[in-house]
Design a protein. Structure first.
Length: 241
């Protein structure tokens, strides 16, 4: 047993010594001059096919290309030496651009809804009445104001009834060619057209009532309405005499 053990130690020692020599030989520095090699003529053309093209510029998405263009634009515009600064400016620019797009979309949606004259949650009832009255302004000669006044009074909308009375008066004055009606004109314009006419004083008072009640947005009761209605009715009758 002792003989086998000594034989094992002997073999292990010489094996380790042989391995150490081989390792030292492999780590030995080669001081010989390297062989100079050259590439054959036309070497690069062998690798010019599409399978050797690694340019990924066209593979990027349109947004990436757009952002790169914006970054380069700011670098050229501000003569920036740092790409990081240009990227920060481009990010701010894009955020502002998105906000403006969002505001524009919301604006056009709101405008489209409000132009339909439907039920809009942000529009007060008085706003809808003003818009309806503006539509009537453009068609006073084809409007039955007697019916409109009657309906408004039945619903106790006295301010609205005064508004119709005023447009009714303008309709009659225009029909008699005493004024040149235009929806964009003011009371002062009509007063100048009625200068030196017998109805100018009464029209001035009717205009005062209209401005005070309609544009002042004061709530009036039935008694106050009746007083204003009598003044308008009397003036309308005077126009038709």
């Amino acid at each position: 047993m002792k003989k086998y053990f000594l034989s094992f130690i002997f073999c292990f020692f010489f094996g380790a010594l042989s391995f150490a020599r081989e390792t030292a030989d492999s780590l030995r520095i080669d001081n010989s001059s390297p062989e100079k090699r050259t590439f054959p003529e036309g070497f690069g053309q062998q690798y010019s096919g599409p399978e050797y093209q690694y340019d990924t510029t066209n593979a990027t998405g349109w947004f990436t290309r757009l952002k790169e263009a914006i970054i380069q634009f700011f670098i050229d515009l501000f003569k920036l030496s740092s790409r990081h600064q240009a990227e920060n400016i481009a990010d701010i620019f894009l955020k502002v651009f998105y906000i403006l797009i969002f505001i524009a979309v919301v604006y056009f949606i709101v405008r489209a809804i409000m132009n339909r004259e439907g039920q809009w949650i942000f529009r007060k009832p008085s706003d809808r009445k003003i818009i309806a009255a503006r539509d009537i302004e453009n068609n006073i000669h084809a409007t039955d104001f007697h019916q409109l006044v009657s309906d408004a009074v039945s619903g106790q909308h006295y301010r609205e009834a005064v508004r119709y009375y005023y447009l009714w008066l303008l309709k009659e004055l225009s029909g008699r060619e005493l004024i040149d009606y235009d929806a964009e004109k003011t009371n002062s314009d009509y007063l100048r057209e009625l200068e030196n006419h017998r109805l100018q004083k009464d029209f001035r008072y009717a205009s005062y009532l209209y401005n005070y009640i309609w544009y002042g947005e004061f709530d009036i009761d039935r008694t106050q309405y009746d007083n204003a209605a009598r003044a308008f009715s009397a003036l309308i009758n005077s126009v038709n005499q």
